[in-house]
Design a protein around this ligand. Structure first.
Ligand SMILES: Nc1ncnc2c1ncn2[C@@H]1O[C@H](COP(=O)(O)OP(=O)(O)O)[C@@H](O)[C@H]1O
Ligand SMILES: [Mg+2]
Length: 479
């Protein structure tokens, strides 16, 4: 077939894997569930493009599969990517609405009923709007563990899914057209466990059988759904996604994310008194043995890290057994269930504290994008999600370079950069932008010596720029 270019129509080839695409941002937070990411993102994009259908929600998803595989996490992670915080979700825990009369709490009692004025319905237009943000007008609504709700909840949902409206007790209506609706369910989870268990190879999965398993789980899940919900209900769902048991690789990655998060927490809370946590493979194996299982997936992992890692570290800090700047190596002890901690002081001259880069970005995407490469290049990372937070951190931790995103909620990155400059005059500041700056701001940046990094860029480009600045400023300091 020949290809003739049309004077007006131009084909825009999608980039191979744009680093800041929704898909890659989401898949860095939701590990090992590519099918979920792939089914949801198109609906977000449809909304963003202004092409979502009218008269119905922007998307309705039913998330099925074994416990602790990331169903609820999916919605939280998407909220973080879209709005900057996991909390931007209107979440209904269906377990709290098992009785018919409890369902009234969702919509408020009709006039004439006792207490009609006191009951604040949970599903108001205002609450729906409050989980959107200046970054995105899309509200995420989560009906978690839907199988637990009383049957009247399903009836109520039917109208929402079908016409995107809900009539409240006071006869006003709520519009869900600018919402993605997620229903999660553990329906069939027990039967799924039977399918998984023989092959749950956290210690040695049989990869060849996984595709087969995926199909089996899907049919178990759909079967359970059809038993529980009416066909008209099932018909209103845009996408049914069956989550797969997490592979050993995925579990390791989730653990790594959570350990990194703990490290950031220590850095941010302790400031200059912070220390480095180095969890060795044996320590990671132990945490996974304890925190991950076929039955609960990764659900217990956070608690396990808290109990086996965080609490002992906190005790050591309060007993002043960890000097600032030292490295705490964590490994599995022989014969003991507990983890072992070895504190290594860092000799000042032979192993200096690494230079610190502060990243100011409200969505955390940049930080994730740069994390590995910056660390490999020998930098430590600090992250701030607002101008105020950045100023606090910069004062406390004295970073060696600061990266500021041009788009920050409520302010311009330039203003934040200016404030940082006047607080910490010697620190190089790099400004990242995906648009051309207005002439006036370009001049300002040139005058102040802010380095402008124009997106798209590679992580390596940023590392190179920072390295150049940090080295020159250190040389300047030394001379
Ligand atoms: N695929 C995943 N990616 C990242 N974290 C996950 C994933 N699955 C589970 N987790 C971790 O386990 C916790 C429980 O997972 P959750 O999403 O609540 O499971 P469920 O599938 O039962 O809804 C999450 O808060 C998260 O910390
Ligand atoms: Mg859940």
């Amino acid at each position: 077939m020949t290809h003739r270019s049309h004077p007006i129509l131009r084909t825009v080839a999608p980039a191979a894997e744009p680093v800041n695409s929704l898909e890659s941002l989401l898949s860095r937070k939701l590990i090992g569930q590519p099918a979920a990411t792939r089914s949801i993102i198109p609906y977000v994009q449809m909304f963003q493009a202004g092409l979502a259908p009218e008269g119905r929600p922007a998307g309705v998803f039913l998330l099925l599969g074994p416990t602790g595989t990331g169903k609820t996490k999916t919605v939280e992670a998407l909220a973080e990517v879209l709005h900057g915080s996991e909390k931007n979700v209107l979440k209904i825990d269906c377990g709290e609405f098992q009785m018919e009369h409890e369902v009234a709490k969702l919509i408020g009692a009709p006039p004439g009923y006792l207490g009609h004025r006191e009951t604040q319905p949970m599903l108001t237009q205002q609450r729906l709007g409050s989980v959107a943000s200046e970054h995105s007008g899309l509200s995420l609504v989560l009906f978690d563990e839907i199988e637990k709700a009383a049957p009247s909840m399903t009836r109520l949902l039917l109208g929402v899914l079908d016409k995107a409206t809900l009539r409240l007790g006071d006869n006003s209506t709520v519009n869900f057209e600018r919402s993605l609706i997620f229903l999660t369910s553990n329906l069939g989870a027990r039967e799924m466990l039977k399918e998984i268990s023989p092959d749950f190879g956290f210690r040695g999965g049989m990869k060849a059988e996984r595709t087969d398993l995926a199909g089996k789980l899907e049919s178990v899940a759909l079967h359970a759904v059809k038993r529980k919900f009416s066909p008209e209900f099932v018909n209103r769902i845009d996408q049914v996604v069956t989550y797969q048991p997490l592979t050993e690789e995925a579990l390791r990655e989730i653990l790594a994310l959570q350990v990194d998060q703990l490290q950031r927490h220590v850095r941010e809370r302790l400031g200059q008194r912070h220390f480095q946590i180095s969890v060795e493979d044996s320590g990671r194996d132990r945490l996974l043995e304890r925190g991950a299982s076929a039955e609960y997936g990764a659900r217990e992992l956070k608690r396990t890290i808290h109990r086996m890692l965080m609490q002992p570290l906190a005790a050591m800090v309060s007993e002043e057994r960890i000097d600032p700047g030292s490295v705490v190596r964590v490994h599995a002890g022989e014969g003991s269930a507990q983890l072992q901690f070895a504190v290594e002081a860092r000799a000042a001259d032979e192993d200096p504290t690494p230079p610190v880069v502060l990243i100011v970005d409200d969505r955390g995407g940049l930080q994730q994008f740069l994390d590995r490469q910056l660390r490999q290049a020998g930098f430590d990372l600090l992250a701030a999600d607002s101008g105020g937070h950045a100023l606090d951190l910069a004062e406390e931790a004295e970073p060696d370079a600061i990266l500021v995103d041009y788009f920050l909620p409520g302010t311009s990155g330039i203003d934040v950069a200016l404030a940082l400059r006047s607080q910490s005059p010697a620190v190089p500041i790099l400004l990242m932008t995906s648009v051309d700056l207005p002439r006036r701001e370009q001049t300002l940046c040139a005058q102040r010596g802010f380095v402008i990094l124009r997106k798209p860029f590679l992580a390596a480009d940023v590392v190179r720029e920072i390295r150049a600045r940090v080295e020159t400023s250190q040389v300047r300091l030394a001379s």
